[in-house]
Design a binder for this molecule. Structure first.
Ligand code: 9UX
Length: 72
């Protein structure tokens, strides 16, 4: 099964931020794909809800030093 969530990410200032988030989060179990946008300050994540959750992914991005929040 597969779901999509959009996570707001504040604090990204260069493309290396984008690449480090994509690189690390894409390796997280249950994450099928992630595409981060610097201009939109967000990340679109396709994930398996049996393995991970939007809150879990949000917390992982937060742990990298960014201010991440779930959209309503
Ligand atoms: Mo760029 Mo992002 O020098 O944490 S990698 S700001």
């Amino acid at each position: 099964c597969s779901k999509v969530t959009v996570i707001n990410i504040e604090g990204m200032t260069c493309m290396s931020c984008v690449q480090s988030i994509e690189g690390l989060i894409s390796k997280k179990p249950g994450v099928k794909s992630i595409q981060v946008s610097l201009v939109n300050n967000n990340g679109t994540v396709q994930y398996d809800p049996a393995v991970t959750s939007p809150e879990d992914i949000r917390a992982a991005i937060e742990d990298m030093g960014f201010d991440a929040s779930l959209l309503a």
